[in-house]
Design a protein around this ligand. Structure first.
Ligand SMILES: C[S@@+](CC[C@H](N)C(=O)[O-])C[C@H]1O[C@@H](n2cnc3c(N)ncnc32)[C@H](O)[C@@H]1O
Length: 466
């Protein structure tokens, strides 16, 4: 990094840590001018946490720069950009503006007031550039708020055709025998999830070193399985972080895998093989792995413990499993959404999902269901289907997860808790308390039921010699 930019970045981080954003922002601005790619990730991180009441022009220019830089995921700036634009243009107007353009083409909107503005814009005669940018936005959100008349952007049409061809040629372990696996597959063939466009540029790091730090040494080169990889974000992220890995990315949905495979091609990632198939049929891969990652998948199986046993079989003795499962307490809002959906008879079609979304958007903010508007998943049809219309989902408390893992021959190594949860843990139990004790985490969650809204993420080790 440019040395002066690095110095300014350090000073800005210190000022931000003290809450002195008025000092931190001009320093970041100067640093950004010196080194966009080096500074944009840290600047974006701060911008994403700002709540804006005014519209400083320099901040706007910097935000547009960060949105277009290669390194931070522009989606992390979606809320900030939407709010800045709404502060800048409190009344609906047709305006061509670099920030509008960057926002529309690089982010998926996740702000309810902005969604209303987008729908308003779609009904106007627009200058060519703005119309094209709005068409990209409407396509990315799968026309959740309308905008079909803007047409499919030409680049997207080409990507759809390429992904269809890749899906047809996808190596496969065969059609699943399990009825729920078939239903889940149908859901994700129609609605691949998650929709992502730009991966974060990860600094290089050796996965083997991380596993060793968890006390799970493994011989290199490491073979890694991402089971239920969806649209390939995680295997591609891992592959870019550590190009020495040999990664297998498995999923029920060929359409999801095809998105990952196309993106791997775009990004020049060569160490991932994509395979369509059921976790229950994984023996067909004919390989065992040093690490398996399974994020947000087992809870969609008919019998998650059966899936867990299959993952254990796929690991070498002493191998590491990273698993993420839904928290029952954090899903209370979704449970209410599912009750409302059943009551109104909305189905998982585009029309059903739109009707449900319109209902949620019409609720006053104090109603619990209105809280769904804070979830990014609410803003695309596939995300909303995954969030509230899933064909099967199980929810957990930590003691039940601990018992399930033990029964499958795993010992928990670490709960990967988000920073807010870590801080609350230290506050409640003191810094000397054992962070490996899942019962303590369970007690904490009872007091803060939304702590694990992003799921429980656990690292575990298969018993046996490595
Ligand atoms: C909620 S998505 C999560 C995708 C990805 N792991 C992530 O974190 O973004 C769940 C994925 O698991 C896949 N899946 C569910 N059950 C599966 C099974 N039995 N075998 C393989 N994949 C499965 C689905 O097809 C879907 O793509």
């Amino acid at each position: 990094m440019h040395p002066e930019a690095a110095q300014l970045l350090g000073m800005a981080a210190e000022a931000a840590r003290r809450g002195q954003y008025g000092q931190a922002l001009p320093m970041l601005s100067r640093a950004l001018a010196l080194d966009i790619e080096g500074v944009a990730p840290a600047y974006a991180d701060l911008l994403a946490r700002l709540s804006l009441t005014g519209w400083p022009p320099q901040l706007e220019a910097d935000l547009a720069t960060c949105l277009c830089a290669g390194s931070p995921d522009p989606q992390m700036l979606a809320r900030t950009a939407a709010r800045m634009l709404l502060v800048k243009y409190p009344e609906p107007v047709v305006a061509e503006d670099p920030l509008w353009d960057a926002f529309l083409t690089r982010c998926i909107n996740v702000d309810p007031a902005m969604e209303a503005r987008l729908a308003w814009l779609a009904g106007r005669v627009l200058p060519d550039g703005l119309r094209k940018a709005l068409a990209i936005q409407a396509f990315a959100s799968e026309y959740a708020w309308g905008g079909e008349a803007l047409g499919v952007p030409p680049a997207a049409a080409a990507e759809i055709a390429e992904e269809r061809a890749l899906a047809e040629a996808m190596p496969s372990l065969g059609i699943p025998g399990d009825a729920i696996s078939r239903a889940v597959r149908a859901q994700y063939e129609a609605n691949p999830y998650p929709r992502w466009r730009v991966p974060p540029a990860r600094p290089h790091a050796a996965l083997a070193r991380h596993l060793a730090s968890l006390g799970a040494q493994q011989a290199e080169p490491l073979a890694v399985l991402v089971a239920g990889c969806g649209t390939g974000f995680e295997p591609i992220d891992l592959a870019r972080m550590d190009p020495s890995l040999s990664i297998t990315a498995l999923d029920l949905s060929a359409a999801s895998l095809a998105h990952g495979q196309r993106m791997a091609g775009v990004l020049g990632v060569e160490n991932v093989r994509f395979v369509q198939g059921d976790i229950l049929d994984m023996a067909g891969l004919g390989e065992r792995f040093a690490m398996v990652s399974c994020t947000g998948v087992l809870h969609h199986m008919e019998r998650p413990e059966q899936g867990l046993a299959a993952l254990a079989d796929a690991l070498v003795p002493g191998g590491v499993l990273r698993v993420a499962l839904y928290s029952e307490r954090a899903r209370a809002r979704v449970a209410e959404a599912r009750r409302a959906i059943a009551e109104h008879g909305w189905d998982a079609s585009a029309a059903g999902i739109r009707a449900f979304r319109a209902h949620v958007l019409s609720l006053p903010p104090e109603r619990p269901l209105a809280g769904l508007r804070e979830s990014d998943d609410f803003y695309t049809l596939s995300g909303c289907r995954d969030l509230c219309f899933h064909v099967r989902e199980h929810w957990y408390r930590l003691p039940a997860i601990q018992a399930m893992l033990a029964a499958a021959g795993f010992e928990p190594l670490m709960l990967d808790a988000p920073p807010e949860a870590q801080a609350r843990f230290a506050e409640r139990f003191g810094t000397a308390a054992d962070r490996h004790d899942l019962m303590l985490w369970d007690r904490l969650e009872a007091d803060f039921p939304h702590l694990f809204a992003g799921m429980f993420h656990l690292w575990c080790r298969k018993r046996g010699q490595g």
